[in-house]
Write a new protein. Structure first.
Length: 407
């Protein structure tokens, strides 16, 4: 399928808008909420919630540029501040899960309230457990049918926006649980647990290296009851076939990543670009010009470094847009989403470390945000599948090996 890498004109217009927003609303408070880790940035939150009145959620499918626009928006806003981006009231990863596995009725029911009316709301997705992260199939949280309800029991850790999504009315947490442990992956389903549901308890929030403006929660589910119709996708359990690449039961839940990995890749690109822009501005200020058109053997070490940073960033961005565009066209993008995520996670880690290195004490000092971007960058190589796991997925898809054959 021929894919143009240029975003549509209305996407470029949106890019300018989000860039201004990042510059004016996020950068000025970036350091404050890095230092005050668990404080809610209410002014920013209310501003963004109010904005969502006039911005209908972008469509993830269809002939337009909808999903590329989501990625462009993520890049711009994470250029502003990646932690604050994760604080924006929205269905977030919970929305990706509902979008990937939910019916139209469920999409309307759970995402409808995210319209800028009333009080701000958040969504979250809780997969990770003390004994299951990379190996999502190992989750032990259970969902047991009881009359018209599912009863959930288990512990979820490292849940982004889990505090806000489980606390403020109208929000929800998508919880992964098994309905039948003997069915392996085939028994894993996702359930929408509305904020305030009895039995869903917030235990606390992590103190972190980076993206400190975002909340990362531990949640306990203790006889937590949700209506039967809060199960996303089919309740049917299909026994996993270890010789096949993927199986129906697990597939719906895993499809969430096809939408969420391009967004995380775009977020990474945003942080990397923040650091690179700063380096270039500083070099210009010091009278250093980067000669993009000079032969490589004539370049200074600094010029080579900057050009390599640009190349890394652009490669990550193009892979990201490709995976997003494929989703727009209804194409399976599982391989491309993992490629984009693996490339972007590594690229941004390298770019931000190089920025600190090139700027020396200025990069290391808290007088600028460069050291913060280095801390904010690393998470992109960890959540939504680590670097190693995304490389594993790429290898499996290229070689057509199942997860049991290549692990
Ligand atoms: C700030 C933050 C926010 C998060 N937000 C969310 C969220 O919103 N929802 C959610 O569900 N989870 C979230 N997570 C959890 C995150 O997705 C997991 O931490 C991540 O998937 C890694 O899983 P793990 O913690 O079990 O690490 P492990 O799987 O124990 O990984 C440890 C190391 O081993 C490597 N490794 C593991 N298996 C293999 C393999 N087969 N081959 C090669 N190397 C391997 C990993 O790459 C990693 O380097 C978040 C984590 C953090 C830190």
């Amino acid at each position: 399928m021929p894919i143009s890498f240029e975003p549509a004109a209305n996407t470029t217009k949106a890019q300018d808008f989000y860039h201004r927003l990042a510059e004016e609303q996020m950068r000025p408070i970036s350091r404050k909420y890095d230092v005050h880790e668990h404080e809610m940035p209410w002014e920013f939150v209310r501003f963004m919630w109010d904005r969502s009145k006039s911005t209908p959620p972008a469509r993830l499918d269809g002939p337009d540029d909808g999903f590329v626009k989501v990625c462009v928006q993520a890049e711009e806003l994470c250029w502003g501040d990646a932690g604050l981006y994760l604080r924006i009231p929205s269905p977030a990863l919970g929305g990706s899960a509902v979008g990937a596995a939910g019916t139209n009725e469920q999409k309307l029911r759970f995402m409808g309230p995210f319209n800028g009316e009333g009080e701000p709301k958040w969504g979250a997705m809780a997969i990770t457990e003390p004994g299951a992260g990379s190996d999502a199939a190992a989750i032990t949280t259970t969902a047991t049918a009881d009359g018209d309800e599912w009863v959930l029991n288990g512990t979820k850790i490292f849940c982004t926006a889990g505090d806000a999504a489980s606390t403020y009315p109208g929000g929800f947490v998508v919880v992964w649980a098994t309905v039948d442990k003997s069915a392996g992956r085939g028994g894993i389903k996702s359930f929408v647990v509305p904020a305030g549901t009895p039995g869903m308890k917030l235990v606390g929030c992590e103190k972190k290296l980076g993206i400190r403006a975002s909340d990362t929660a531990t949640l306990i589910l203790e006889n937590c009851r949700v209506p039967k119709e809060n199960l996303l996708g089919s309740a049917e359990v299909k026994k996993a076939d270890p010789t096949k690449t993927g199986d129906k039961g697990f597939k719906g839940a895993m499809a969430t990543f096809d939408a969420s990995r391009p967004i995380v890749a775009a977020m990474a690109v945003g942080v990397g670009r923040a650091a690179l822009d700063f380096v270039k501005e500083e070099l210009t200020r010091q009278g250093v010009t980067v000669r993009y058109d000079a032969p490589r053997h004539e370049l200074t070490a600094i010029e080579r470094d900057v050009i390599d940073m640009e190349a890394e960033l652009q490669a990550a961005r193009l892979l990201t847009w490709r995976s997003a565009k494929m989703l727009n066209h209804g194409k399976r993008n599982n391989l491309e989403a993992s490629m984009a995520k693996a490339k972007a996670g590594l690229a941004v880690t390298k770019i931000t470390q190089k920025a600190v290195e090139l700027l020396g004490p200025l990069g290391y000092s808290q007088k600028t945000l460069v050291e913060k971007w280095m801390r904010d960058a690393k998470i992109n190589d960890i959540y939504e599948g680590t670097q190693q796991i995304n490389q594993l997925i790429v290898a499996r898809r290229i070689l057509d090996y199942s997860s049991s054959l290549l692990r």
